[in-house]
Design a binder for this molecule. Structure first.
Ligand SMILES: [Zn+2]
Length: 416
């Protein structure tokens, strides 16, 4: 008989994708749904899932703590596959300026935008950054995120980039969230290199990437391809160098224009291409052929008041495995709630609720190389689960506006 140390009952509905590989097309919205369900966990793993009436014959629960879900809905813990977590300082004044009609370029020309966050992040000590990351991780856990990707990219010089990645490592060391660090030195060209961008690309390739790889501080490298950031060719050089150091690669692609970055992500065998609002049909087809995940960031598109919606249906119709993430950062998406990301994924990118759930759990886990570890509620997977205070999964989006998280379990531990 299976032994359990945590038993969750009182579940009106348990809904989960299944498997360890990303889902695309019609499979994206295929969930396993059990009504009046139970889940048993032992240590940090799920050991049994099924109908409540069957649990007593299958699982020895004498020593187990019992958690009553109170008629709530249980889904896998959210996997947020795209955040810019380690930053100093918010930018609410810029937001107010945008509401008064200022454009992002005008704000950047006055010294605002990414470069203002770079200035404040450079000034912050490693301890200050670590403390704020720890607080943000605790908040994410309460919001139901149990695995999170986090990018550097507000240092843009060797020491400050390393400081951001060290803060991530230190803050996540005690768990319970699983943090996947990404080096985003190629976020934008820092002010001091604006007259000699080639020298900054050399600094990334010759100094920063080797240091990051040597210190084991990142699993992935990312680059922002954009008229105001890096060209296709510069991004290719940086990411090929990253691969030669054993890092996986991902790409900020086609957010504001069709730069051909989706096709570059496919060509490089990237784990994901993110944003994709302006990707061409050819770019999207290349992603589908390469099996590269397409990460939608619908809360950011919404917050930027863009007229171009995230290309949810285009990606799904082309057979790209779709991921939904927040893009949490102080400029273009101060929203860190994956439930909110689901609202926008459904209401602006036109995913169904079931598709959005797979995109925010299993597919997101696969995009971070965690498909065998988390993203579904199945025996053998890590016990990452969320009890939502709703009678079924549709209510998560149907009653948008208020996340209703009742309990979060990350790696078998109940988060207070
Ligand atoms: Zn981003």
């Amino acid at each position: 008989m299976i032994r359990a140390d945590l038993l969750i009952v009182g579940i009106s509905e348990l809904a989960t994708p299944q498997g360890t590989t990303p889902r695309a097309g019609a499979d994206l919205g295929r969930l396993s749904v059990v009504e009046d369900a139970a889940v048993a966990c032992c240590d940090d793993k799920i050991v049994w899932v099924g109908a409540r009436r069957d649990v007593d014959q299958a699982v020895r629960t004498d020593d187990a703590q019992t958690l009553d879900a109170g008629g709530g809905t249980v889904l896998p813990g959210f996997v947020d596959a795209h955040t810019h977590l380690p930053f100093a300082g918010w930018r609410e004044q810029e937001f107010d300026e945008r509401l008064r009609g200022a454009t992002y370029s005008e704000i950047a020309a006055r010294g605002g935008g990414i470069l203002s966050t770079v200035e404040r992040t450079r000034e912050a000590s490693r301890e200050e950054l670590t403390r704020s990351v720890r607080e943000r991780l605790a908040r994410l856990a309460r919001l139901g995120t149990t695995t999170v990707e986090a990018k550097s990219g507000y240092g843009l010089e060797p020491e400050a980039e390393l400081k951001q990645l060290q803060a991530l490592r230190d803050a996540a060391a005690d768990g319970p969230l699983d943090l996947v660090p990404t080096f985003l030195g190629a976020h934008t060209v820092p002010r001091e290199y604006r007259q000699d961008r080639t020298a900054y690309v050399r600094l990334l390739i010759d100094t920063m990437l080797p240091q990051v790889a040597e210190a084991g501080l990142a699993e992935y490298a990312d680059a922002f391809v954009d008229a105001h950031a890096f060209s296709l060719d510069e991004a290719r050089q940086v990411l090929e160098a990253a691969r030669s150091h054993g890092l996986g690669v991902r790409l900020h692609a086609d957010q504001l224009d069709d730069d051909g970055a989706a096709a570059l992500a496919a060509e490089l065998g990237a784990a994901s291409a993110d944003h994709l609002e302006f990707s061409s049909d050819e770019g999207i087809e290349a992603l589908a052929r390469a099996g590269t995940c397409g990460v939608l960031l619908p809360a950011a598109t919404f917050f930027l008041m863009s007229d171009t919606p995230p290309p949810g249906r285009r990606l799904i119709d082309a057979g790209v495995p779709v991921v939904v993430a927040t893009d949490f950062n102080p400029g273009s998406c101060p929203c860190d709630s994956m439930t909110a990301a689901l609202w926008f994924a459904c209401l602006t990118a036109r995913l169904t609720v079931d598709e959005a759930i797979t995109a925010a759990t299993l597919n997101a886990a696969c995009a971070l190389g965690r498909g065998k570890v988390t993203g579904t509620i199945e025996p053998g997977k890590r016990a990452d689960l969320v009890v939502h205070d709703v009678p079924n999964r549709y209510h998560l989006v149907y009653r948008f506006g208020t996340p209703a998280i009742k309990h979060v379990i990350a790696a078998g531990k109940l988060i207070d």
